[in-house]
Design a protein. Structure first.
Length: 239
């Protein structure tokens, strides 16, 4: 099967890491490539950023479907443009939030999201309400680190551990969800560190969850419902 990853930013800053990360989780017969946006933001950390990115995300999803791809992962925890893209193509499209939230809800009663900045907390709360998992969310914490500064893995690891530990001890979380797809390659390390502190909770990587869900949908021949995501009515549109 062929999966296209759309990194919804205007640079290829994370592309190499995305390919390395997805290679750990994909099936042997799955081919994955990564594309970036031609226009949009440098990172997505607000509703405004989402709107700027969404137009080109939808175009890239259409290109993937027309180019013979079997599924698309919009590589952002905020699921930007996903609903709109689902109305335009018949191949499955997922973002970062829904697969991760469903995975966490499957393995734990209550879970916490540890994300990048306070500006994205309302966005994540809205996503949880929309999916119907808001009662499962113990807390949403931020590490006060912009997406474009996630490359310092040592600092990122320290901040994730601090807030994940607090989420379990103080907030009652029974699992941790990494709240940014740019937090690459850290889920297993973080889970081990928490276990060593007497906190045996799973840590959900949104990239791993997204690839796994896409493969499941593709293998089972399942895609989004035409009743939930009908094709947009024909009309004049000026973009």
């Amino acid at each position: 099967m062929k999966i296209r990853v759309i990194a919804p930013i205007i640079s290829d800053l994370f592309n190499e890491e995305i390919l390395k990360e997805t290679a750990q989780f994909k099936a042997p017969d799955t081919e994955i490539d990564v594309v970036n946006l031609d226009r949009g933001p440098a990172s997505i950390e607000s509703h405004y950023d989402e709107i700027l990115a969404a137009y080109d995300i939808v175009d890239k999803v259409k290109e993937a479907a027309e180019g013979g791809m079997d599924g698309v992962f919009v590589d952002c925890f905020g699921d930007p443009g996903v609903d709109a893209a689902r109305e335009l193509v018949r191949i499955p499209v997922v973002g970062g939030f829904q697969p991760a939230a469903l995975t966490a809800s499957l393995v734990a009663g209550r879970w916490s999201v540890v994300t990048v900045l306070k500006s994205v907390l309302p966005m994540i709360r809205d996503l949880a309400r929309k999916l119907g998992v808001d009662r499962n969310v113990a807390s949403i914490r931020d590490i006060d680190t912009p997406v474009l500064e996630l490359s310092d893995k040592k600092v990122l690891e320290e901040r994730l551990l601090k807030h994940s530990e607090a989420a379990v001890i103080q907030d009652g979380a029974e699992a941790i969800v990494l709240g940014c797809t740019g937090m690459l390659g850290l889920a297993q390390t973080l889970e081990k560190q928490l276990r060593e502190r007497g906190l045996p909770v799973p840590v959900v990587d949104p990239t791993a969850s997204a690839i796994g869900y896409l493969e499941l949908l593709i293998r089972n021949g399942v895609t989004q419902s035409l009743l939930t995501y009908p094709s947009p009515p024909e009309k004049e549109r000026k973009l």
